[in-house]
Design a protein around this ligand. Structure first.
Ligand SMILES: C[S@@+](CC[C@H](N)C(=O)[O-])C[C@H]1O[C@@H](n2cnc3c(N)ncnc32)[C@H](O)[C@@H]1O
Length: 212
């Protein structure tokens, strides 16, 4: 049997080209994450991918399991540690902020991901999660096309309630949410959208939560 190849090892340039082809969508997403940036300190992005967000947000360190896509993050001056969200290669209480940006749908274990993020955070630190909910217009589209898409066929989308519960079960206290991409996916790249408060209508939700 031929092993199903990891597209983040083999087709990472195709993944990275999305950001150039959908620049306005990317800018809308960046603005939403920027809205919830915590105080500066030691920041890490878990599942840093090609470093498109890390390099723009000033996140100097990333964790990434796929060596292929990590080469692009390193070219963008991000220090990449090989590892997974479920077993972070980081000491207890060693970071001030941990970001998970469109990575949640690719992790193996949702609960374990937040338990690990909690472990590595210093008291007062923040987790910033940006994700596409299953119950959103983009979530429904990606679920529909998953069979034909080399990236999304490996994804598991979660509802907002499932994500918020996993975060609070890990001991995190949610303090604010913002959203963007509130219209139809077909029109999302027509114009950059400013983020708005809450999580009731966006396809891209950003949640900030604290470790007290
Ligand atoms: C959709 S990409 C997002 C990359 C980057 N955060 C961004 O927004 O461009 C998902 C990334 O998660 C990584 N990934 C897959 N499984 C993971 C796991 N268990 N823990 C951490 N990262 C994982 C993939 O290799 C890929 O780089």
């Amino acid at each position: 049997m031929i092993k199903d190849q990891n597209p983040f090892e083999t087709h990472y340039c195709e993944y990275d080209a999305w950001f150039d082809n959908y620049d306005k969508t990317y800018q809308s997403e960046l603005l939403a994450v920027q809205e919830l940036l915590p105080e500066r300190g030691d920041w890490v992005e878990i599942g840093v991918g090609s470093g498109r967000f890390a390099s723009r947000l000033g996140i100097k360190t990333g964790v990434e399991p796929a060596d292929g896509i990590a080469t692009l993050a390193r070219e963008r001056d991000v220090t990449v540690l090989k590892g997974k969200a479920e077993a972070l290669p980081l000491e207890d209480e060693s970071v001030d902020a941990a970001f998970l940006i469109t990575t949640l749908c690719f992790v193996d274990e949702l609960d374990r991901t937040f338990i690990e993020a909690f472990r590595v955070l210093r008291p007062g630190g923040a987790v910033i999660v940006a994700f596409i909910p299953k119950d959103s217009q983009f979530g429904e589209l990606y679920t529909r096309i998953a069979n034909e898409d080399r990236f999304y066929k490996r994804a598991t989308f979660y509802t907002k309630e499932e994500v918020f519960k996993a975060m609070t079960d890990a001991g995190l206290l949610i303090d604010r949410t913002v959203q963007t991409l509130t219209g139809s996916p077909e029109r999302a790249n027509d114009a950059v959208e400013a983020p708005t408060e809450g999580h009731d209508k966006g396809s891209f939700i950003v949640v900030r939560a604290r470790k007290l």
